[in-house]
Design a protein around this ligand. Structure first.
Ligand code: PEP
Length: 254
């Protein structure tokens, strides 16, 4: 069993705008990790074109991951980046299923499942993002929506492979909106998600799988979220572009 080491991760999305800025941001974030920092995994999910530069400037205390991957390995898929390409750069983690990919780019659960399977097949790890829309939340559908996204996203992934999977629960209504879920709301959906994992994989796997919260996490909200029993980390968008803010999130206090 691999344990539930806290996992703090940043998602840069379509930022920053230049390689130089990416190099500086990765270095500034890496500098916030000190021997006194919590014993946590820290990852930066960055645009493909900045991966190598960010790896060099971040050093080896951070994982530099990809924001996505093509579910195919090679062939006529113009514009795509494969798991083998990422692996050849030493990338260990990639995101799959972010709501912006689902909504703006039309990625289906089946496509997202293909991404997860390809990453796992290549010996890499995947952070599968799930979460309900605002309308679904208002209709009390967070649990059922997450259940479908988890079951479809993880289809074909075995219990043994689950050590290379982390889940990020990101309610869409909280992403980039400044409306962070309260620790109680987030905890309750995390517990539901862990219950779904329990049903799919049994107690031992469910109890070892990291479930991160994402959606407007800030230095002000991180400690309360991390204090919840089923919240094992944070996936941070906006605040991960500010090294001081993200540094405070990395150095969360319990
Ligand atoms: C995200 O996009 O994964 C995210 C959580 O964004 P933000 O922190 O800006 O809400």
């Amino acid at each position: 069993l691999w344990g539930r080491k806290p996992f703090i991760s940043g998602n840069w999305k379509l930022n920053p705008q230049t390689r130089d800025e990416a190099v500086k941001l990765a270095a500034d974030i890496a500098a916030t990790v000190t021997p006194e920092s919590p014993d946590a995994d820290v990852a930066l999910f960055v645009p493909y074109v900045f991966i190598e530069a960010a790896q060099k400037s971040a050093g080896d205390r951070l994982f530099v991951g990809a924001e996505g991957v093509c579910p195919e390995i090679k062939g006529a898929f113009t514009g795509a980046v494969s798991a083998t390409m990422l692996k050849s750069l030493g990338v260990q983690w990639a995101l799959a299923g972010h709501s912006e990919r689902r909504v703006i780019f039309g990625e289906s659960d089946e496509y997202i499942n293909g991404q997860c399977l390809k990453l796992i097949e290549q010996g890499m790890s995947v952070m599968l993002c799930i979460g309900e829309s605002e309308a679904e939340y208002e209709q009390n559908l967070a649990g059922p929506v997450c259940a479908v996204q988890l079951r479809k996203g993880l289809a074909g992934i075995t219990a043994e492979q689950m050590s290379r999977v982390a889940i990020a629960y990101e309610p869409v209504w909280a992403i980039g909106t400044g409306k962070v879920a309260t620790p109680e709301i987030a905890q309750s959906v995390h517990a539901t998600c862990r219950g779904i994992l329990r049903d799919m994989y049994g107690d031992a796997i469910a109890d070892q799988t990291r479930i991160l919260y994402g959606g407007s996490v800030t230095p002000e909200s991180v400690d309360g979220l991390m204090a919840q029993p089923d919240i094992d980390g944070a996936l941070v968008g906006g605040a991960s572009l500010d090294a001081a803010k993200f540094g405070r999130i990395i150095n969360f206090q319990t």
